[in-house]
Each structure stands twice: as C-alpha cells, then as structure tokens.
Ligand binder design. Structure first.
Ligand SMILES: [Zn+2]
Ligand SMILES: [Zn+2]
Length: 255
C-alpha cells in the first residue's frame, strides 16, 4: 500500500442537489481520479485539464500557480470511482467517459441501481443521459490502485446496497475518507428511497463496524454538506454517534 505525500483534493459541489465531487491528484506523479462525477462534467474537465472556468469550491493546495511554474507534473485522469450509484453521483459519468478513456469503478451491489439512474433523474426533473455501465468492481476490504493513488474500499451498505467509503492514505497527515451518502456532518443518508436497498439498521451497523474503529482524525468528505471528522461524528452524530439515543432518529437526508 502506497500513501500519497502531497495530495491535491478538489471539492466541487455540482448539480441542483449540490453533490460533492472530489477530484484527487497525486502531485508527485500527476495521476488523478474523479470520485462521484455526477454532474457538471464540462466544469470538471475545464479545470482539470486547463485550469479554466469556475473551478472547485474548495481545495487543498497546491494551486494553479504551483502547476504553471512547471514544478509539478501535468495532471492525468486515470480512473473514475463511485461511492454509490444514485443519479446525483453517477448521472453524468457517461459524459466523463466520453472525454477520458479510463475505467469506471462501482461496487457490484449497486449495478442494478445504476441501471435506473436516468429514470430516477427524470423523476426528480433532471436531464440525465442513458446510464453508464461500470467497467470494474470495487472489491470490498481491499486496497485498490488507481495509477499511483491507492484507496482502501470499505463496503458500508445501508443508504444503498453497494455503498462504499473510500480511504485515501496520506503520509504524515490525516487520511481522507470519501463516504458518499453513508455519513454526513450531523446526519446520515436517507434509507427510504425506492429501488435502493436502504435500511437504517444496516446503515447504522455499517458505520459502527467499519467507520468508528478508524482514527478520530480522519477527514470525512460526505456526498453533501460540510467536511467533518470520524471523531466528531462518533461523538456527536445524533443518528449513529456513540451517544445517540436509540430510535429517536431513524431517517437521514439527501439522495
Ligand atoms: Zn447524494
Ligand atoms: Zn445517495
């Protein structure tokens, strides 16, 4: 397993549902992955390739200047990876695949849900292209390499059957965990959506078994809303935190 020493992590809130797309670059090799490329593909591509347009809403360094002075390698997108298959997270994967000749990774328990991406998008009034079909499976419990970027795949079903959290190991700094809609700052993902396999008890078990044993300092990147940490949510999350009162809350938010 390889830890990245200087990751550039860009957060883009895309689409009407303001879903967090995370673009992660190893600034040593230039290898880049797009996590949950669900909407606004032109915006993502323009910034990743040419530093043009609106760019991310928030990012860790280094900046465009660091790249343009030639000290850093050109960025190269090597894979698309998804936490889960809800249309706000996966609806515009086909447009990204048209631009990047790379593979798209999704847990296989969300393959059926993915076939519904266009239909569920339309139900919410969104124009979404015919759904992409994943090229590769995310393998639960393994560390997978995407170019020089390694991610540990934690399968955390409950919001969807195939929902996964993706851990990026960082040298000498806190690791980052991309959790999709499994966990939010102060909430959890909805478990009442149709055709999804949502189950609050299962979601709670996933979080208790797979996330709470992780280091408190790990920075959590949810699919919607602000960043948080494992320690903060483990202490204070009213749905699944260690002091949460059982049966007070049993339904989260966001798609
Ligand atoms: Zn979502
Ligand atoms: Zn979702």
């Amino acid at each position: 397993m390889m830890a990245v020493s200087r990751p550039l992590i860009e957060n883009y809130f895309v689409g009407a549902l303001q879903m967090r797309c995370s673009v992660v670059t190893d600034t040593v090799s230039g290898d880049t992955i797009i996590i949950d490329g669900g909407a606004e593909p032109e915006r993502l591509i323009a910034w990743i390739e040419n530093w043009q347009g609106r760019g991310p809403d928030w990012s860790t360094g280094p900046s465009f200047a660091d790249y343009s002075n030639g000290d850093l390698p050109k960025r190269k997108v090597v894979a698309l990876v998804n936490t889960h298959a809800h249309f706000d997270h996966s609806g515009h994967i086909p447009d990204l695949l048209k631009n990047y000749n790379v593979k798209w990774y999704l847990h296989e328990d969300d393959y059926f849900l993915q076939t519904l991406a266009q239909r569920s998008g339309q139900r919410w009034g969104f124009d979404v292209p015919p759904p992409a079909i994943a090229d590769e499976k995310l393998i639960a419990g393994s560390v997978m390499s995407f170019g020089t970027i390694d991610l540990e795949i934690l399968h955390t079903p409950g919001h969807t059957l195939g929902g996964c959290c993706l851990r990026l190991f960082v040298d000498e700094e806190s690791d980052h965990l991309f959790v999709g809609d499994t966990l939010f700052a102060g909430s959890v993902g909805r478990t009442d959506l149709p055709d999804t396999g949502g189950d609050f008890d299962l979601l709670s078990k996933s979080i208790h078994d797979k996330l709470w044993p992780l280091d408190d300092e790990i920075i959590v990147h949810p699919g919607h809303g602000p960043l948080t940490t494992i320690g903060e949510e483990k202490m204070n999350n009213p749905f699944v935190g260690l002091s949460a009162k059982k049966d007070v809350f049993s339904r989260g938010k966001y798609l």
